[in-house]
Design a protein around this ligand. Structure first.
Ligand SMILES: [Zn+2]
Length: 331
């Protein structure tokens, strides 16, 4: 079963998390494989999408936010879009759109950053939006500060966390066709509003708590970074934590599994598809009906097919509440 483990390093400003997606990840892959229009993902796409799904789960579990966290790569290459979405209840879904040919050993930049224009976006979409409220989105390029192409998703996300959250973060990610897993180690903010110490409690300008200058964090981060892909994919969480941190004092939280842990779920539905068809406009919808007899829309995340015939489509455009409000002049 898929699982999420959170832990603290006792007395140190460092926290960590491990996610292992097994059943949830295989569900995503098997739904894709059984989609006759697309077939299974190529191996390098499976690996990237799995890493994104594991990373998005860690990032969602790491924030207090009532809404979906959506991790996306807008590709500049044969892989056009890669998306992983995780809700606060750790329900998750993911998909990728592959348009071109991919080598079996394609690297990140071959897939999504061929000309250096690939982007990674992290979106926080509030569950109960206020009128006019926009989702928060942070976007980072897939290159380092010197413009060199990054070849690991973990490097892209570490860079993002440092830039946007000002938090030292170490990520180790790995995925194959059975497991998508990740380890996150993060230095807790010792100062600032997010901390008990509050604002203005300490005004010492020379502090050991600067980014990259906390010895405890640095030691733990080096240990974490020594975890290999093979170990992360094959070892159970207990073994990983013991091997990496046997000299540290860990405070463990109850592991989250089953419906309390990471699990696959898709939020698509007939109503949303109807909304999308309404967005096309009546003329466009009717021209599709003339051409094909039905409007058929498949969900990219779960593979479910939605069919609207002429009667269904007519209903979409005459549904009560959807008509244009009467003009004030006419009343
Ligand atoms: Zn769906």
């Amino acid at each position: 079963m898929s699982e999420l483990h959170k832990f603290l390093f006792d007395g140190l400003p460092v926290r960590g998390m491990i996610v292992r997606l097994t059943d949830a990840w295989r569900e995503i892959l098997s739904r894709r494989a059984s989609n006759t229009a697309t077939g299974a993902y190529p191996v390098p796409v499976t690996e990237l999408l799995g890493e994104m799904t594991a990373a998005a789960t860690l990032m969602q579990a790491n924030i207090k936010f009532n809404g979906a966290l959506i991790l996306q790569i807008f590709g500049d290459g044969p892989l056009k879009v890669v998306v992983a979405e995780v809700k606060p209840d750790l329900s998750l879904r993911a998909t990728a759109k592959v348009l071109g040919e991919l080598d079996a050993d394609a690297h990140l930049s071959d897939m999504v950053n061929a000309n250096g224009k690939g982007r990674c976006a992290i979106t926080l979409d509030p569950k109960d939006k206020l009128p006019g409220q926009q989702p928060y989105q942070g976007v980072v390029p897939l290159v380092d500060a010197d413009g060199r192409k990054l070849e690991r998703l973990s490097d892209v996300l570490q860079h993002y966390m440092l830039q946007s959250e000002q938090l030292d973060t170490t990520l180790v990610l790995a995925a194959d066709d059975q497991v998508a897993a990740g380890l996150l180690i993060q230095r807790l903010p010792v100062k600032g509003e997010a901390n008990l110490e509050g604002t203005g409690a300490s005004r010492d300008p020379i502090s050991v708590d600067q980014i990259g200058h906390n010895e405890d964090y640095n030691r733990i981060a080096i240990l974490a970074a020594s975890l290999t892909r093979e170990e992360l994919l094959t070892l159970d969480v207990e073994t990983i934590l013991r091997r990496l941190f046997w000299e540290e004092k860990l405070l463990r939280f109850e592991p989250q599994t089953g419906m309390l842990g990471p699990h696959f779920a898709c939020t698509c539905g007939r109503d949303r598809v109807a909304q999308m068809i309404r967005g096309l406009g009546q003329e466009e919808a009717e021209s599709i009906l003339v051409e094909r007899g039905d409007i058929e829309v498949g969900c990219d995340f779960c593979g479910k097919q939605y069919r609207f015939d002429a009667v269904d489509t007519a209903q979409i455009f005459t549904a009560p509440g959807d008509q244009l409000p009467a003009s004030p002049v006419m009343q």
